[in-house]
Design a protein around this ligand. Structure first.
Ligand code: PLP
Length: 380
């Protein structure tokens, strides 16, 4: 098996999370909406998981709504605010060019429905500037949506400063925290967001579960309409039978993250240092402002080495990605394109992402080194 280094696409599940889920599948199969002992037991588990997620984010349990993941949470926020925007004549939305497609695509849809969408450009640092966002906010701006850390570059965005300013206005602030939930734990506790999307499978939890956090903005709860209708679950915001085992898995992963995030970060930094040392002799360029990079991602270009070819040659040794897993593999990365990098850099960039359990040394980089060395000599 190749070494898995694509944790930003999806991380392996923690065995402690899995064991908890298996117990639920075996023993707590009731529907949490049912009014009998089985339903009540399942409901108690859901309630506990909700409180664990609330705790790690410093929010109230009734501000947590379970969804299938960050894609769905982003869609509910963006599409679900549209009716309010129309009613209030606030049909302007600000976001950035480097957002995940799960934000950009629903925004594109709203643009076809009469909304004005402004995407703030981002330079080669990969980090949006606070002033560039704030100067676009107008009295008719319904929403500002900025991701916390970019999934391709790992660059952390200045959401704390943006949230601070927006909390004084009546524009809602949404952050897509798919890549930082359970990782930048202290940071997320202090950010003044109104709406936040999170996912389980980037943080050693199960795939197919996430949450939307909706908080009071001043005295008001943002009126987000559902995008699906059904049995009134999750305060009618997200109907459908609650997947108890997945929810318990998400709660367990939040609980473990709250205890372990610091030591995970230390280990991730060690791995990062080790990778950088091993790359030392290879011609490479780190993408984005490394001062603001998360500890477990390296976005790196090996100039003149085609990333698709490189991935294929090393596929038996190491599994990495070029760009986002959610983008068509033959499409150039919209994030790197938005950063206005030269095409030869974009086409030679790969993303390496990991977690604390990846073994430190050595990375199976021999083939990569050979290709890169050969390519360099053939150019000389
Ligand atoms: N937003 C960001 C920044 C992501 O990295 C991802 C996953 O790749 C998503 C949203 C989508 O998350 P999910 O897979 O939970 O729908």
């Amino acid at each position: 098996m190749p070494l898995y280094m694509d944790y930003n696409a999806s991380s392996p599940i923690d065995s402690r999370v899995l064991d908890t889920m298996v117990d639920v599948y075996h023993n707590y199969y009731g529907n949490p909406s049912s009014h009998h002992q089985f339903g009540e037991e399942a409901n108690r588990l859901v309630k506990h998981a909700r409180s664990l997620i609330a705790e790690i984010l410093s929010v109230e349990p009734n501000e947590v709504f379970f969804t299938s993941g960050a894609t769905e949470s982003n869609n509910i926020v963006i599409l679900g605010l549209a009716r309010l925007g129309r009613e209030k004549g606030k049909m302007h939305i600000v976001s950035t060019t480097i957002e995940h497609k799960a934000v950009l695509e629903p925004l594109k849809y709203l643009a076809t429905q009469g909304f004005e969408i402004e995407l703030v450009p981002v330079g080669s640092s990969g980090r949006v500037e606070v002033d560039e966002v704030l100067k676009r906010v107008r009295p008719d701006t319904l929403l500002v949506s900025v991701m916390h850390a970019n999934n391709e570059t790992g660059i952390i965005q200045p959401v704390e400063e943006i949230g601070q300013e927006l909390s004084k206005s009546d524009t809602y602030f949404h952050i897509d925290a798919a890549q930082t939930f359970g990782k930048l734990v202290e940071e997320l506790k202090v950010i003044r967001f109104d709406l936040l999307s999170l996912s389980g499978h980037k943080i050693y939890g199960p795939q197919g579960i996430g949450a939307l956090i909706r908080r009071r903005h001043g005295y008001q709860i943002p009126r987000v309409d559902p995008i699906m209708w059904g049995g009134g679950h999750e305060d009618s915001l997200r109907p459908g039978t609650l997947p108890v085992a997945l929810i318990v898995g998400l709660g367990k992963t939040a609980e473990l993250s709250a205890k372990e995030y610091e030591e995970r970060r230390v280990q991730n930094r060690k791995i990062r240092k080790s990778i950088l040392k091993q790359l030392q002799n290879l011609n490479h360029i780190l993408i984005g402002d490394q001062e603001h990079a998360i500890s477990h991602t390296l976005c790196v270009s090996f100039p003149d080495i085609n990333n698709e070819a490189l991935k294929i040659v090393i596929k038996d040794d190491i599994a990495i990605s070029n760009g986002s897993a959610c983008t068509n593999r033959y499409e150039s990365s919209h994030v790197l394109t938005a950063m206005e990098l030269e095409p030869r850099i974009i086409e030679s960039t790969v993303r390496i992402s990991w977690g604390p359990t990846v073994s430190l040394y050595p990375l199976p980089l021999e083939k990569m080194s050979t290709i890169i060395a050969n390519n360099i000599s053939s150019h000389n």
